[in-house]
Design a protein around this ligand. Sequence first.
Ligand code: SAM
Length: 295
Amino acid sequence: MCSPRDEAELILRTARTPEEVEAMVRPRVAGLPLEQVVGWAEFRGLRISLDPGVFVPRRRREFLVGEAVAHATGRRSAARAGRGAVVVDLCCGSGVVGAALVAALGPGTPLYAADVDPAAVRCARRNVAGVGGRVYEGGDLFAPLPAALRGRVDVLAANVPYVPSDAVALLPSEARDHEPLVALDGGTDGLDVLRRVAAEARGWLAPGGCVLVETSERQAARAALAFVRGGLTARLTTSEELDVTVVVGTASAAPPGRVAPNSPTALASPAAPEGRTHGYAAPPPPVSGSKSSTK
Ligand SMILES: C[S@@+](CC[C@H](N)C(=O)[O-])C[C@H]1O[C@@H](n2cnc3c(N)ncnc32)[C@H](O)[C@@H]1O
C-alpha cells in the first residue's frame, strides 16, 4: 500500500510527458488500481508488466513463491542434476508467479503457464517471454497445456480465485470494480476452482512433485482435504508477516501405481523457508468458526 506521496512519485517517475501524467492521474482518481494505471507492479524485485483488467499481483504471493523455490531447489539438488525443475503457473494472470520462479531458479527453467482470460494471457506473454516461458490459452485449467507435460511437472503453482461468491461484493472497489470476476470468485465457499485443481493435479505431477495454492486461514483445512482426496499428501504453511496460508500437495515419490520404498504414512515435507507448517496424510479435522486450529 503506497502513501499518496509515493503514488504521485511513482506516476511522475513512470510518465514521460505531462500529458502522460494527466492520463495516469485521471483514472487513478477514478479508482483504477495504481499498478494498472502505471502499467507495472513490483514483485520480488521484478518489474511485472500489467494491463487494465488484469489481476494485480499481491505482495503476499511472495510467500508461495518462496515455498515453491524451496521445493524446486531441493529436488534439483536431490536427483536431477543437469535439468531444471519443470514449472507450471496455472491461473497465471499476469504471469507474475512463473516469472518470479524462473528468476529465482535460473534461466533455462522450463516454464509453462495458462489462464482462461485472454487479457491475462496477453499480459503474461510479455512477462514470461524474456525468460523463455510459454503461455497457453483457450481453455479451463489444465486443458490448454501440452499433454506431454503429464507426469513431468515438478512445481505446479496455482493461484486460483478463492473469494467466496458472497464476499466478492465486500472486496475493496479496486478489486471489485477493476479486476475480472473470474479472477476473484471461487464459488460458494471459495474453493470450487481449487477442488478441481486438486482432483487433477496428481496426473500432471512428476513423482515427488508438488502443487501449491494460496488460501485464507479459514479455508486451509478444507483445501488440504481436497488435496488428500486427490491422492496427494498435504501440508499447510503460514506466514504471519504476510498474513497468508499456502497449501502444498505433494505426489508420492514413486511413479503412479508403485509404492515408494520405505514410504512414510505421513508426509515428510521439505523444510519450509519460513512460517509454521502442519502436514496431513489423512483427511484433516473439520473446521468451524473463524479461526482454523490446523496451522
Ligand atoms: C487470483 S488470480 C491469480 C493471478 C496470478 N497467478 C497472480 O498470482 O497474480 C486468478 C487467475 O485465475 C484465472 N482463472 C480463473 N478460473 C480459471 C479457469 N477455470 N481456468 C484457467 N484460469 C482461470 C483468472 O483469469 C485469473 O487470472
